[in-house]
Design a protein around this ligand. Structure first.
Ligand SMILES: [Fe+2]
Ligand SMILES: [Fe+2]
Length: 410
């Protein structure tokens, strides 16, 4: 069916081709989901994000919450590791206002490059039929970096509101105390990313449709563990990898410093998600419930792996021109820097899925088929502190691909 559609698409004018392409891409998400429970829980969010473009209509979004707020009037110490994490979080607080905001940032300064030039590679562009001049390449890198940081910001807003929800809904009382620190952390992350984008880069992109779908799905799901899985494991895990990529490659000192602080907070957040879910998933869920979470996590991973294609940058640069969305997708897929970006995002995520029991032999072949089998054996959050993660990143790309399993955190 798709071959026939491709033939029809090829003879349409570019703007029509692009519209067809976008609708087919949205439709594929529905047809690819094999688990009907996952389809049922994700479909309303996918309609709001991909078809109605609810994150891009210029109005604030209301997402209806459906979870129970869980109170405990006995205030038990019910989770020793979460308590330790709470103590560490209180000591790890920092003030976003005290970063070196006086630093002058020139996004086009080659000695302090925001991101590597091969993020959008001239040879890769030529290969897919996109003509990019030498001057345009740094402008494109500036666009892509602003796009990435904008998605980090939107993800942080999701994390701020989700952290409020999980603090309400988590059954562990030590988890609620820990959650209170995460709410402050996420507020600070929104503050610093927004300030960097507005004061230093002067550019901001709307929320990516796929990111919107994931945030909408976890915010509106009534089940506390789905919120944890969606935000603490999936979004935070991917963000941790993405922050690590930019931390490793940027030569702009304010951005690097900011990311260093944020990464240490995020490592705690992902660790918290693993603690909250590990026991619940492996001992308390029925096989059917477990399979649903496993399939849900896989669908979300695919959504980010295959569809996080910076279309918002395409729309800014090429909408209305002869360059098609498909050519752009090929460029993003083939530029070496963007490939490393996608790779490193998953080095932090997949090992945590293993740690919480969502990488059963049933699902592993699907990850392998999607090219994610290489991440199965990396270090999970409880084995890797923020400091160790930064030390790995400082040693260079080879050291930060998740190969450092086995060193327990202090
Ligand atoms: Fe955050
Ligand atoms: Fe976070």
């Amino acid at each position: 069916m798709y071959a026939a559609l491709d033939n029809i698409r090829a003879i349409l004018p570019t703007p029509v081709q692009n519209r067809v392409d976008a609708v087919i891409e949205a439709a594929e998400i529905f047809t690819e989901m094999k688990n009907p429970r996952v389809l049922r829980s994700m479909a309303p969010s996918a309609v709001r994000g991909l078809l109605l473009k609810a994150g891009k209509n210029g109005a604030p979004t209301a997402m209806a919450a459906a979870h129970d707020a869980h109170f405990n009037w006995d205030y038990p110490h019910d989770h020793a590791e979460m308590h330790q994490l709470y103590e560490r979080a209180k000591l790890g607080q920092w003030n976003g206002s005290q970063l070196a905001w006086q630093t002058a940032v020139d996004p086009f300064d080659p000695d302090r490059a925001l991101a590597p030039l091969d993020m959008i590679d001239l040879a890769a562009a030529k290969k897919v039929g996109i003509q990019l001049s030498g001057d345009e390449q740094p402008k494109m890198i500036y666009s892509i970096t602003s796009w990435m940081l904008s998605q980090f910001l939107h993800g942080e807003q999701g994390a701020l509101l989700a952290a409020c929800q999980v603090t309400e809904s988590v059954p562990f009382f030590d988890g609620k105390l820990y959650g209170s620190t995460q709410v402050v952390d996420e507020g600070r992350h929104v503050e610093v990313f927004h300030r960097y984008l507005s004061e230093k880069l002067g550019k901001m992109y709307p929320v990516n449709d796929n990111l919107f779908v994931i945030i909408d799905a976890l915010m509106t799901d009534a089940r506390w563990d789905m919120k944890f899985l969606g935000m603490q494991i999936m979004v935070e895990g991917l963000a941790l990898g993405a922050f690590g990529f930019l931390y490793q490659h940027t030569q702009e000192p304010l951005l690097k410093d900011m990311l260093r602080y944020v990464i240490q907070d995020e490592a705690r957040h992902v660790h918290y998600g693993v603690l909250a879910l590990r026991q619940h998933i492996t001992t308390e869920l029925s096989p059917k419930e477990k399979a649903e979470r496993e399939d849900w996590a896989y669908e979300v991973a695919l959504l980010m792996r295959n569809r996080f294609m910076a279309y918002e940058v395409y729309e800014e640069w090429y909408e209305g021109s002869s360059v098609t969305r498909e050519q752009w997708r090929q460029l993003v897929l083939s530029s070496p820097g963007m490939r490393r970006f996608r790779d490193i995002m998953f080095t932090r995520l997949v090992p945590n899925l293993r740690e919480i029991g969502l990488l059963s032999p049933r699902i592993r072949p699907h990850y392998e088929q999607a090219g994610m089998g290489q991440y199965f054996h990396g270090a999970a959050a409880p084995e890797l502190s923020g400091e160790q993660m930064l030390a790995d990143l400082d040693r260079g790309p080879a050291a930060s691909t998740g190969a450092s399993r086995g060193r327990r955190r202090a």
